[in-house]
Design a protein. Sequence first.
Length: 409
Amino acid sequence: MGKIYGENVPVRAAFPEVAGKTASGGPDAKGLLLYIHVPFCVSRCHYCSFHSQSFNQVTFSWYFNLLLKEIELWGRRLKRPRVRTVYFGGGTPSLIPLANLDRIMKAIRDAFELGPGAETTIEANPDSAQDVSYFRGLLSIGFNRLSLGMQSLKDADLQVMGRPHSVAMAYQAFDQARRAGFGNIGLDLIWGLPGQRLKVWLDQLRIVAEMRPEHISAYNLTLEEGTLMAKRCGEGGDLTLPLDQEQGRMFVYGAEYLESVGYLHYEVSNFARMGFMSVHNSGYWDGSDYLGLGPSAVSTLGRRRFTVPRYMDEYDAYVRGGLVGQDFEELTDEDLLAEMVMLSLRTGKGLDLKEFRKRAGFDLIKRQEQLITALHRENLVRISGGRLRLTKNGMLVSNVIIKRLAFGD
């Protein structure tokens, strides 16, 4: 990818008619995906490598005023584009007071065209979202989807992960959100935790399924370099992860169980009841344009990828200096094709082979015939309805398969 620097490019040149188009350049009348990154947490979870910092009023006020300005700048430069989803992620967005969330949402409505049917999601941690009045406040502001970080139904697991809440608090948060009127709630869970076994994981899924959330995200624990969890699970550490075979059974049997009780397995780590797939995340996987605001957020508009500086002093210079959107990477055809393969194969729909051939100018099945034949023989992929899909066993090793297919490694 070639790096393009703002000081060499007039502002208007950095913004051709890209808003409202897909990453491939085609029209997308449904509009942009808008992501707001909230870089604050009560404390850092032991497995987390995302950019975040401790919440304090001084730093938050600094962030808040810069974010309002960044929203205004992008809205003006993109000429108030249509937005179909808004997603507050982090970090812990539920640390933001309701009055400030209301101000942010009003700024978004002023800067962008946000239709009445737009999906508006906020992530929340159970320790910072407990009261029914808080959830009613979120609804009144305009949020219609809640993503709750439950992570585990065992207090011992939560403590190992460094989560600042208990299982009882997670139940309470879910119950209060329902009482408030939220009809679209997603629960996040992590499997493959130290000492975890298949039966324990399936028991947790049964309990969660009986709660009837509209959406369940089930992520495999990933050991990120530099985190406390990676150190404790590494050589000489005091924690032991389940064996690969056991983790494989957790994924396959867990997915089969959720499907048996009405949850569609529509992406490697995501399950939803009919009609409740995440519109925002699905847009990422479909290659739609997305705009990310806040420190460390990433955007892709047309062929251009923008990254916001991650530290507050750099973010301040970026926004106050009018540098928003002036530094970007130009994506090549090869980049876009590789991302099409990578994102599509993560989903239940899989890769549209006809669309790939149209964009690439060659037939992927023919070019990768030997590899795909071997994958099919091992029950890792299947081809049907003009699409290449990963089986559940294939999803378990999706990173390896996607790397081979997308990049030829």
